[in-house]
Design a protein around this ligand. Structure first.
Ligand code: NCD
Ligand code: ZN
Ligand code: ZN
Length: 428
């Protein structure tokens, strides 16, 4: 196995140093390192971060290989600096059995661009009626620890309670897509003055907040572990803050698009901005940024949601919800959180690597860059800028809301257990 000498890298933004990678691990860190036969990667001026971990990715395989495959989605992940992704269960067939999660896991290994951890469905077929075989998925070769009906809310409080109770046996977590279904029937965008003006049915903040509050109380009641997907409102941040102050085992994520974009974009009627939960107000954006900065929101997760052209190139009401995220996440976090002074690179490592790996219970990932640790490392050029081109993405879909925008930063290299998956900004 080739050894790599990353010369002059700034680990978490600190002073330049060399990092030697051999046999899949970090074998030395220090200045002036030399190593016979090692391939030298000039990392002058580059920031070294631990490999990013996404707790919320839609890879679409099996069933919607026209939108994304495990191969294409994990290529996008590697190019975005990710060494592990959790693949959501809303595939066709749904990942609600040991057989399907093992298939997704195996496809991830075969592709080899990053580790794929399947998320198991909470209910059979995501239908919200009957618990799926959570234990069998946990015991399978895929070792599932995160369960979610994402795309749909586990709305029945009795089912949610049972799921929370069940996963305690294997230290699992329920990741809830918090959306009260009756309050969001045919909802199209954030409910507010603008939705009225545009004539689009509103998705009120309370539909998200009511479920989060209920689930925090439920998880406290049964002593289990809850993770809240894609928090998008100021009120949700307040509720999670309250639950944490009680010492309850609740974690939460925010998506890059909710850190940057607002509901004003719906006025374009361009469905590229249609997403679930919807883009919210500027005050909500400010609140989720503050919540991420102070640790109320634990992590950034992409909710990478590829959709083919025909499902997005139609009128707003008919279009699918969702946007791409893997290849732009780090840039959006840099722009909204680092360049604005809210967090530093250590904070980025916590929120995009250490914490998501802890929540997902994937011990090989989310480790500090230190001697003896698995060499899962990203080299990132924070001084670069790039104009986003939808057609240049590895994802099979093109639904990025950032096309034509100039974003800061560029992933130069990604290493997975010492093997480059990306070099010079291209797939290795
Ligand atoms: N986020 C979205 O708008 N869409 C997701 C589902 C989801 O995350 O709820 C999808 O699967 O397309
Ligand atoms: Zn969701
Ligand atoms: Zn999702």
């Amino acid at each position: 196995m080739t050894s790599y000498l990353l010369s002059g890298a700034r680990i978490l933004g600190a002073e330049p140093t060399d990092i030697l990678i051999a046999d899949g691990v970090v074998s030395a860190i220090g200045t002036g390192l030399t190593a016979d036969g090692a391939e030298v990667v000039d990392a002058t001026g580059l920031i070294a971060l631990p490999g990013l971990v996404d707790l919320h990715t839609h890879l679409r395989e099996p069933g919607r290989e026209d939108a994304e495959t495990v191969e294409s989605g994990t290529q996008a992940a590697a190019l975005g600096g990710f060494t592990a992704v959790h693949a959501m269960a809303n595939t066709d067939p749904v990942a609600d059995t040991a057989g399907v999660v093992e298939q997704v896991h195996r496809l991830g290994r075969e592709a080899g661009h990053c580790d794929v951890y399947p998320v198991g469905a909470v209910t059979v077929g995501l239908a919200g009626e009957q618990l799926a075989e959570l234990g069998a998925m946990a015991d399978s070769a895929a070792r599932v620890r995160v369960f979610s009906d994402d795309g749909k809310c586990v709305a029945d409080p009795v089912l949610m309670r049972r799921a929370l109770e069940y996963v305690k046996a294997f230290d699992g977590v329920i990741a809830q897509h918090a959306q009260e279904p009756r309050l969001t029937e045919d909802a199209q965008m954030n409910e507010g003055e603008l939705s009225g003006r545009l004539g689009l049915r509103g998705w009120p903040a309370v539909a998200e907040e009511a479920i989060i509050a209920r689930d925090c109380l439920l998880t406290a009641h049964v002593g289990s572990r809850l993770h809240v997907c894609h928090v998008s409102t100021a009120g949700s941040v307040e509720i999670v803050r309250w639950a944490k102050s009680k010492g309850w085992n609740v974690t939460a994520e925010v998506c890059p698009h909710h850190l940057l974009l607002t509901d004003e974009l719906a006025a374009t009627y361009d469905p590229i901005y249609k997403v679930n939960p919807p883009l919210r107000s500027a005050a909500d954006v400010e609140a989720v940024r503050a919540g991420l900065a102070d640790g109320t929101l634990d992590i950034v997760a992409t909710d990478h949601a590829p959709h083919p052209h025909e499902d997005k190139d139609c009128e707003w009401q008919a279009a699918a919800f969702g946007m791409l995220g893997l290849e732009t996440a780090l840039s959006i976090v840099q722009q909204t959180m680092v360049d604005s002074g809210l967090i530093d690179w250590e904070g980025v490592a916590e929120r995009l690597s250490y914490a998501p790996a802890r929540i997902g219970r994937v011990g090989d990932h989310g480790r500090p860059i230190a001697v003896g640790e698995p060499a899962n490392i990203v080299l990132y050029d924070a001084d670069a800028t790039r104009v986003i081109e939808a057609g240049a993405m590895a994802s099979l879909s093109r639904n990025t809301p950032y096309a034509g925008r100039e974003l800061p930063g560029r992933v130069v290299a990604t290493f997975l257990r010492g093997r480059p998956t990306v070099l010079d900004g291209k797939l290795a």
